[in-house]
Structure formats: structure tokens, C-alpha cells
Ligand binder design. Structure first.
Ligand SMILES: Cc1ncc(COP(=O)(O)O)c(C=O)c1O
Length: 364
């Protein structure tokens, strides 16, 4: 009989077994990526519902390249392009699929992908599918990247760089110099903004906004809707040429059903809300970051607070103890991170008094 028993037993032994759970709504959520607390905003939910209800069909029915593309998708893409300053955009089913789309299709034979060693698992998986070469550089190290580009670049080969705006586990921001390197060597620059859109930047738009970089032909922004934007799905923004190329080559865009109409409508309502309230939101983000700095002496650039525990079993134990106190935080273990961490998300819907309470409990 075919069996995976041994592998599962080994995972249990080293404290790496993963299990999904339904957590009680009574727990205070400091584990999810719902940074702005929009995932439970019923007013915005109802607005989105009304928009979809007006539409003839409420399910996408087909790929966006057959007839699954609707005005709900199109208007959302146009809004994203306008506020982010990009020429063109396309909605995608999820951030995971968006990374597969970008990396698998843009890195052609002879091309070279330079990817940060801490890039999301979806990008790393995609990098295994490409026909060109793949080189990883040290995390957030633009000097290492430049050295590797000089060492490996060849005539007639395109160079594609892939970084994250804010890294998902430790919440650190990619330095602006990545843009300088991309411009110097005329490369494409893919920025995964899963954890930066809605959280950093003068207009809360993410990495390009944070560094004041005006998007141009070699810039690509990938954003997800399942985090600060309080919905599900993703989008890719770039030049008209890049987006057209993706429509013609990216398999998850061509061969997968169009993103859910409701999820896009919800992200649209949430985005409008964020834009309208950006000053208030930015102020609150800064206030919460100051609380973490003051009580835990941790300076965070975004809304992710990593606390190193360095032991797979211990991190689960601490997580369970915090659950008993009514707080749910993330327990991230190897191999997702090199050393186990508590990943605490300082969501904006948490009351200040609760935030202070958890900081006390986190002084381990
Ligand atoms: C950096 C990063 N990119 C991509 C993804 C995938 O996005 P999605 O959850 O929409 O598939 C995630 C999700 O956790 C992420 O953290």
C-alpha cells in the first residue's frame, strides 16, 4: 500500500507538522494579514454586494481571455493604474498565481532571473519552471545583486530582478538602491507588494510610493488583495507591452477562470476606502509602530513584528500560552523561516489597550 506515514512521522518528530485549524472568533487576531481590519467591515461588504448584484452574472464563468472579463475587473484595473501611475494592469486569481504568471512567462530562454533568497515560495516555485537561468542573491543585498549581474550578464539576454516591497516574515523593506541597479543595467524590476500595498508610502500604495519612484517601462508591481485590501485575488501593473505579453504567455492568466467578481468588487470598495482615509490610516500605523518601539524596543517598518524564538516546538508552546490569554499570533517554523519566530501583526482594528496588553505578554 502506498503510504506517507514515515514522512509524516518525521515531521512530527522535528516539530514541523502543519495542521489547519478553525480558531475561535473570541481570540484577538494578531496572526492574519488583514492589516487594516477590513476583512470584517460589513459596510464595505454590503457596498460590494450591491455592485455585483447589479451585474448580470455574479460568477466569472470563463478565463479573462474568453469572456470572463467584465467591467468589474476592468474598472478595478483602471483605478489601480491611475492611482499607482502605471500604464496597464491585469487582475489575477491570487498572488501565488501572479508570481507564477510573471516569473514563468517573462524569463525566457537565454534570460537571467535574479531573485532575493527570501522571495515568497510562489516565486521560488516559479523560478524552477523557467527556461532561462536563475540566480539568487543575498537577502536585501543590492551590492551582492550588482556583483552577480556583472559576473553573469550576457549580451542579448534580458535581466529580470525579483524583490518584495516588504518581506512577509520579518517585515523589512527592500532598499531603494534596487531601483538604481535595475536602471543602471536596464533590467526589469518585479516588486511583490503583497505586504506593502496599503501599509507603506505617502499614499499607502506600497514600495514605489514609499521611495518616491515614478513607475516607468521597466517596473512591474504585483499586489495581492488578500492582505491590506481585505479581499482575495491579485493584480499585476506594468507597461502596456508587459501586460500584453502576460495576456499572451502567462498560463495562469490564460488558462484559469477569471478572478471572482465579488472579490474584485470588494477589493475596489476597500481600495476606495483606503484612499479616502489614507491620512487617518497612516497616522494610526505610525502610532502602532511607536507603541511597539516603546514597549518591545522593536522598530518595525510595516505592521509585521517578528520575535525570534529559534525553536520549532517552543514557538508552538508560546503560541498556545498566548491563546489561553485570548491572543492569537503566528507561530512560524522552519522551513518557512530559518529560525522559528512569533509573527505578530499589529492590525489597525486592535484597540490600543489590547496592543499594550499583548506587548506585556510578549516580553518573554
Ligand atoms: C510575499 C507574498 N507574495 C505572494 C503571496 C501569495 O498571495 P496569495 O495569498 O494572494 O496567493 C503571499 C501570500 O502569503 C506573500 O506573502
Amino acid at each position: 500500500m502506498i503510504s506517507y506515514k514515515k514522512e509524516l512521522e518525521l515531521l512530527i518528530k522535528v516539530g514541523r507538522l502543519r495542521e489547519r485549524k478553525v480558531y475561535s472568533d473570541d481570540l484577538l487576531d494578531l496572526a492574519s494579514n488583514d492589516y487594516l481590519g477590513l476583512a470584517s467591515n460589513k459596510k464595505l461588504f454590503k457596498q460590494a454586494y450591491k455592485r455585483v448584484l447589479k451585474h448580470n452574472n455574479h460568477s466569472p464563468k470563463a478565463s479573462i481571455l474568453v469572456n470572463g472579463y467584465s467591467n468589474i475587473h476592468k474598472k478595478f484595473e483602471q483605478k489601480l493604474c491611475k492611482i499607482n501611475g502605471f500604464e496597464a494592469g491585469v487582475v489575477v486569481g491570487s498572488g501565488f498565481l501572479a508570481n507564477i504568471s510573471l516569473i514563468e512567462s517573462l524569463v525566457r530562454k537565454k534570460d537571467i532571473l535574479f531573485i532575493d533568497e527570501q522571495y515568497h515560495a510562489s516565486g521560488i516555485l516559479a523560478s524552477k519552471l523557467v527556461q532561462g537561468s536563475v540566480i539568487t542573491f543575498k537577502h536585501n543585498d543590492y551590492n551582492d545583486l550588482e556583483k552577480l549581474i556583472i559576473e553573469h550578464k550576457e549580451e542579448n539576454s534580458r535581466i529580470i530582478i525579483a524583490i518584495e516591497g516588504v518581506y512577509s516574515m520579518y517585515g523589512d523593506i527592500a532598499p531603494k538602491e534596487f531601483n538604481d541597479v535595475a536602471n543602471k543595467y536596464d533590467t526589469l524590476l518585479i516588486v511583490d507588494e503583497a505586504h506593502s500595498s496599503g501599509v507603506i508610502g505617502q499614499n499607502l500604495l506600497g514600495w514605489y510610493d514609499y521611495w518616491g519612484i515614478k513607475p516607468q517601462y521597466n517596473h512591474i508591481k504585483m499586489g495581492t488583495l488578500g492582505k491590506a485590501y481585505g479581499s482575495y485575488g491579485a493584480y499585476i501593473l506594468g507597461s502596456k507591452q508587459i501586460i500584453s505579453f502576460l495576456e499572451n504567455r502567462a498560463k495562469p492568466i490564460i488558462y484559469s477562470t477569471a478572478p471572482s467578481l465579488f472579490d474584485i468588487a470588494l477589493a475596489f470598495e476597500n481600495l476606495k476606502y483606503i484612499m479616502k482615509n489614507k491620512k487617518y490610516i497612516a497616522k494610526k500605523i505610525s502610532k502602532y509602530q511607536n507603541i511597539i518601539q516603546k514597549y518591545l524596543d522593536i522598530s518595525c517598518d510595516a505592521l509585521i513584528v517578528p520575535i525570534e524564538i529559534n525553536d520549532n516546538k517552543k514557538v508552538l508552546k508560546i503560541q498556545n500560552n498566548l491563546i489561553k490569554e485570548g491572543f492569537l499570533v503566528g507561530a512560524i517554523r522552519q522551513p518557512t523561516v530559518q529560525k522559528a519566530i512569533l509573527r505578530v501583526i499589529i492590525k489597525l482594528d486592535i484597540r490600543k489597550s489590547d496592543l499594550k496588553k499583548i506587548t506585556n505578554l510578549l516580553k518573554l
